[in-house]
Design a protein around this ligand. Structure first.
Ligand SMILES: *Cc1c(COP(=O)(O)O)cnc(C)c1O
Length: 457
């Protein structure tokens, strides 16, 4: 056993893997706003969602139970890579000359290299037991598509992925991985759907967006009873599935004899952030320990730091229900940015609600600053973070450097949501001086927000 002074790795034994997910809805001081039907302006109920999702997931979406049992079949799959390690970043601490203690949870140990299979496997399982034959979904850079393709392969369900066109053309490796798992992949917008044909008719050269790809995947599920739709982030049931990250961290921090003062995650739709943060926020809401929680987004896609808290569609085709969230507007087309997984116009309604309640903070950082710090992390710790993850790494390091200035010995925990082995091009471009910092122009944000649907709920 290494001494307390040297230990860098905390491994939870397999038989101590959590048996239940954590649902933060049970601990909220005020409930999140309802989900609204765009046609009637009234709150929707479970039957409205039945064409898209299996009932088990719909019930989790609205559940008030604090604990939800992880099915045995899902736990069996999780055991291939879970519990995953918590590391103490001792070499990074030395390099930064900080009195802070830096811990990171490493979700890159899953077969596809990120946290996303935590929910993909659960969603595939519930679809399987309710008889789904085909799952449709969208993907940006391909992280989610490859997770869903893998989960569908495990549970013998056909998987159809609408991949944002610009990534389809520029990022062949995750496409190759999805094909190896047996998925069908279409560049979105595609000729496969009414919505895709309409967009191609109007703008044949569009690079596509996640919002468009969601519309295509939703359209197919809504029009075929054997087909259901899966979303990799944003929704409450996804946040719940990802809570296994933070639940494991709570046990591992006990092993380390420590408790975080600050918990940090990057946020695109909010799922890996929720995964690490919600179990700690839950403890805070139950009076079991204060913690400062920071969600980090790219300056080029700043839904929480520059968006509005309003009811909006989750997609470009205006097919999804309306949820109240921090949004740049569903007509917003995000700028090209290496952190593909953070290029979404909205934010999880639950994360947005916690921001409004003051339970969390949000901050943003431009991409060049992000890669500079992430590369410094790599030189100290060896792991090359995914470009999305790099945003969490950068803010954790910024907080640790602040401790070096003030002499405070804070304990910082962040989620290393995935490795960057499929995104090495981003680092090549960074080191070749090809990246620039980009702030989203205020006029364009205002223009997209003028198109927000009128809802007064
Ligand atoms: C997709 C992805 C993200 C962003 O999605 P969230 O739902 O906000 O977590 C972050 N990190 C990695 C590694 C991803 O693949």
């Amino acid at each position: 056993m290494p001494s307390d002074e040297e230990q860098t790795k905390y491994i939870l034994p397999e038989d101590q893997m959590p048996t239940h997910w954590y649902n933060i809805a049970a601990d909220l001081p005020t409930p999140a706003p309802p989900v609204i039907h765009p046609g009637t302006g009234q709150p929707i109920g479970p039957p409205d969602l039945a064409p898209l999702f299996p009932m088990a997931l719909i019930m989790q979406e609205v559940s008030q139970d604090r604990e939800i049992e992880i099915p045995e079949a899902v736990r069996e799959v999780y055991k291939q890579w879970r519990p995953c390690p918590l590391f103490r970043a001792r070499r990074l601490e030395k390099a930064l000359g900080t009195p802070a203690k830096i811990y990171y949870k490493y979700e890159g140990t899953s077969p596809v290299g990120s946290h996303k299979p935590n929910t993909a496997v659960a969603q595939a399982y519930y679809n399987k037991i309710e008889g789904t034959k085909v799952i449709t979904t969208e993907t940006g850079a391909g992280q989610w598509g490859s997770s869903m393709a893998m989960a569908c392969a495990f549970f013998d369900i056909a998987c159809r992925v609408f991949m944002v066109r610009i990534s389809f053309d520029q990022k062949p490796y995750r496409k190759g991985l999805m094909q190896a798992f047996g998925a069908e992949i279409y560049a979105s917008p595609s000729e496969e759907t009414n919505f895709g044909r309409q967009v191609l008719g109007e703008t044949p050269d569009t690079p596509g967006s996640l919002g468009m790809a969601i519309s295509e995947a939703v359209e197919q599920a809504a029009t075929d009873p054997d087909t259901k739709y899966c979303l990799g982030s944003v929704l409450n049931h996804v946040m719940t599935h990802q809570s296994i990250i933070g639940l494991e961290c709570i046990e591992q921090m006990k092993m380390a004899g420590d408790y975080p003062d600050i918990v940090i995650g990057c946020a695109g739709g909010g799922s890996n952030f929720a995964g690490i943060a919600f179990p700690f926020i839950g403890k805070m809401l139950r009076g079991e320990g204060d913690v400062r929680v920071i969600a980090v987004e790219p300056a080029a896609c700043p839904s929480m730091t520059r968006g509005t808290y309003a009811f909006d569609f989750g997609d470009t085709g205006m097919m999804t229900p309306l949820t109240k969230m921090h949004t740049l507007g569903s007509s917003f087309i995000p700028p090209p940015l290496h952190a593909g997984g953070l290029r979404y116009h909205g934010m999880s309604p639950m994360v947005s609600h916690l921001l409004e309640l003051g339970c969390i903070e949000a901050t943003s950082i431009p991409q060049v600053d992000t890669f500079e710090l992430a590369q410094q992390f790599t030189r100290a710790e060896g792991i090359l973070p995914a470009p999305e993850t790099a945003h969490a790494v950068a803010i954790a390091m910024t907080e640790a450097m602040e401790c070096a200035r003030t002499g405070e010995e804070k304990t910082i925990l962040f989620n290393l949501s995935g490795h960057g082995h499929f995104d090495v091009q981003a680092y090549i471009d960074f080191n070749g001086g090809k990246l620039s910092n980009y702030e989203y122009p205020g006029e364009l944000i205002e223009a997209a927000q003028r198109k927000l649907p009128p809802v007064d709920a």
